[in-house]
Ligand binder design. Structure first.
Ligand code: MTE
Ligand code: MO
Length: 302
């Protein structure tokens, strides 16, 4: 497990002993603060001890509203999604705009494993062993121009294959966005696999974004278009309810959702002894990405 965690930090200062120590302190402190310090389990486990969820949890309990709003709708309905052939249009402020075939992307990218927490805004979480590549490497393929400030993403819209898009639950297609520095951060990946197998349709085949320090809804699935832009792009959940879902959507135990607390979370697959776990600032990735938000009021930029 330690190997995997180090892998997630490959471009950061992993060898720096103090980083590990700080991390342990932060996490130990968070757990102790809620009086959970002495209880066993994942609640106060240091990140290098992260236990991945079972493949069945990860692939049978999903949010993918294009296939229905129930947690088992995606596994039941997403088989209809055609993922081959697939291409991603990369356009906007790039030197080499165009359609990038999925297989050409895969040939050019280095696939690695990243064991990440996934924290849904609904206050449940999982730990997922993703396979994928850094988004920065894909953006480099297209050549980001210096005027670009944001990256916009769009999911496939296929009424014939996606029963959920017949209902106006969201304004389809599903769209998301990141600031360019968030997109370029080495923790931000495009996932193409889980547990070493091709990513299942219900998890966002053939490639989906994973931004581990943000609420899960930022991690947009089955991407067909990426646009580099100089203005903050619209995002689906923000369009649907701007008061409840901001552009940043950083995991933050101190900023509650208007309708529920974000201070703790339910770890999926916990079984009989499942307890709520304290939610960690930036989902436990504060050392790596905290600087991105230095000086920002996170209660306003939620
Ligand atoms: N296109 C699209 N992407 C999406 C969603 C969605 O409904 N449609 N749901 C989001 C939400 S709310 C979460 S929590 C994660 C869930 O990812 P998982 O099903 O792989 O766990 O996907 C995100 N990406
Ligand atoms: Mo979510």
């Amino acid at each position: 497990m330690a190997m995997r965690w180090k892998n997630t930090l490959k471009d950061c200062d992993v060898t720096d002993e103090t980083l590990f120590l700080n991390r342990r302190q932060i996490i130990g402190g968070a757990a102790a603060g809620l009086g959970l310090g002495a209880i066993g389990g994942v609640a106060h486990a240091a990140p290098e001890d992260l236990e991945p969820n079972a493949y069945e949890d990860i692939t049978r309990y999903n949010n993918y509203y294009e296939f229905g709003t129930g947690k088992d709708d995606p596994v039941n309905n997403a088989g209809a999604l055609t993922t081959n052939p697939w291409s991603v249009k990369i356009v906007g402020l790039v030197d080499r705009p165009g359609d990038y075939a999925f297989e050409d992307i895969m040939k050019a990218m280095t696939i690695e494993e990243r064991l990440y927490r996934l924290r849904c805004v609904e206050a449940w979480s999982m730990v997922v062993p993703w396979n994928g590549f850094e988004l920065a490497d894909l953006l480099a393929m297209a050549g980001v121009q210096s005027s670009a400030k944001y990256v916009a993403f769009e999911t496939a819209y296929r009424p014939d294959e996606m029963p959920g898009v017949r209902y106006p639950v969201l304004d389809w297609p599903y769209v998301e966005g990141l600031r360019l520095d968030e997109a370029m951060n080495p923790l931000t990946i495009m996932a193409t696999g889980i547990y070493g197998k091709d990513i299942p349709n219900q998890n966002g085949a053939p490639l989906r974004l994973v931004v581990p320090w943000k609420y899960g809804f930022k991690s947009i699935k089955s991407i067909v278009r990426i646009t580099l832009t100089d203005t903050q792009p619209p995002t689906s959940w923000n369009k649907s309810n701007a008061r409840e879902y901001g552009f940043y959507a950083n995991v933050n135990p101190q900023v509650d959702h208007p309708r529920w607390s974000q201070a703790s979370e339910r770890l999926i697959g916990g079984g009989l002894f499942s307890k709520r776990h304290p939610t960690l600032m930036l989902n436990g990735y504060e050392e790596e990405v905290g600087d991105l938000y230095a000086g920002m009021d996170l209660t306003k930029n939620f």
